[in-house]
Design a protein around this ligand. Structure first.
Ligand code: TXA
Ligand code: MG
Length: 327
């Protein structure tokens, strides 16, 4: 590819791994597909490159970034004192939608961790990004590729819509398979604690290491990830609860409904998204963010959503719905 001058006007979108690699080596930002959501990547070992991520996302510098690489046996270069439990979890779930917080070595710039002693390590399983990361001799820092506080992107188009002018390349790996961000785990005195519910369900983790504490959504823990209440927030007011009742309460407004499996009948409901007619939680997770984005573009006064079953991926979905509603 030679006509990269086009990137002055809009982000280039494509599948050119070599070009993506070149841009990252040059310290530029590249949006990458992962199985969870698209990430906004830069060389994690370069503070100058990482600073561009914060700038592009308009992200406060107190919010740390996750570092991505291709294989577990590479991470010793960047972290130390890896607990036995972490090795066990890595063997069971990596590559995949899991992030482990581990004590960082000095080579990871403080900007990446917002000054915290631990860094989030993740091995994405998306084949395109796996190949890209395997070709790089450094790891990449990557938050979700959305403006700070908005809904995470699950297609290359979502990234282009909002950050197109700020990235040098968008690697197009199709729609994200999992659809919600990785589960984040930290270790306290050799115990695992879940700080963000995500693409690896709590039940799957417990099947491998036994009962774990889930401390996601606690406001008393300032170092917990993604804990700002209004996160994943749509532009249009968003309510969560019993959809039939909420629709009645808000009759007369232009309503959008985000339902798990069944539509609701009411004259004021202008648009409905059904996440999974067969009540399949994986399908619902896959569609969640794209559905929220689509409704957010419409001429609606209010979006009304319902809770999904609080099990498996449903727990991560409910967490994102609560944050969208800021409750
Ligand atoms: O699935 C994912 O994890 C995606 C893809 C792109 O890998 N990434 C992602 O990154 O969701 P981000 O930055 O949007 O969310 C990561 C969350 C943030 O809320 C951040 O506060 C938290 O993880 N986090 C990162 N490093 C941390 C650390 N060292 N200690 C505590 N929280 C951390
Ligand atoms: Mg994010």
């Amino acid at each position: 590819m030679n006509n990269h001058w086009l990137s002055i006007f809009a982000a280039m979108i494509g599948t050119d791994l070599q070009y993506a690699q070149q841009r990252l080596v040059s310290g530029e930002l590249v949006a990458i597909p992962t199985e969870t959501v698209y990430g906004l990547a830069a060389n994690a070992l370069s503070a100058i490159a990482v600073a561009k991520i914060f700038e592009a996302k308009d992200r406060p510098s107190f919010d740390p970034l996750i570092v991505h690489t291709s294989a577990w046996d590479r991470v010793e270069q960047w972290v130390q004192d890896i607990p036995a439990l972490a090795h066990q979890l890595a063997a069971a779930f990596m590559p995949g939608p899991l992030t482990l917080l581990l004590p960082k070595k000095q080579i990871i710039p403080d900007l990446v961790t917002a000054g915290l002693p631990r860094v989030g390590i993740r091995l994405p399983s998306h084949p395109m990004t796996q190949s890209l990361l395997a070709q790089l001799d450094f790891p990449v820092a990557a938050p979700s590729a959305n403006p700070f506080g908005y809904i995470s992107p699950t297609t290359a188009q979502h990234v282009d819509d909002q950050l197109g002018s700020k990235v040098s390349y968008i690697l197009d790996g199709g729609s994200c398979e999992v659809g919600v961000e990785s589960t984040i785990i930290s270790f306290e005195e050799e115990r695992a604690v879940i700080l963000r519910k995500g693409g690896t369900p709590v039940e799957a983790i417990e099947a491998v290491i036994g009962p774990v504490e889930v401390r996601a959504h606690s406001t008393s823990n300032p170092t917990a990830p993604g804990m700002l209440k209004s996160h994943y927030a749509p532009r249009i007011p968003f309510l969560l609860g019993n959809t039939a009742e909420l629709v009645k309460q808000h009759a007369g407004k232009k309503l959008g409904v985000l339902a798990f499996s069944k539509p609701i009948e009411h004259q004021d409901v202008r648009f409905q998204q059904i996440l999974s007619p067969t009540r399949n939680l994986s399908e619902a997770a896959q569609r969640l963010f794209a559905s929220m984005r689509e409704m957010d573009q419409m001429d609606l006064d209010l979006i009304i959503a319902e809770y999904l079953p609080e099990e498996g991926l449903g727990r991560a979905i409910n967490d994102r719905l609560r944050r969208a509603a800021a409750i």
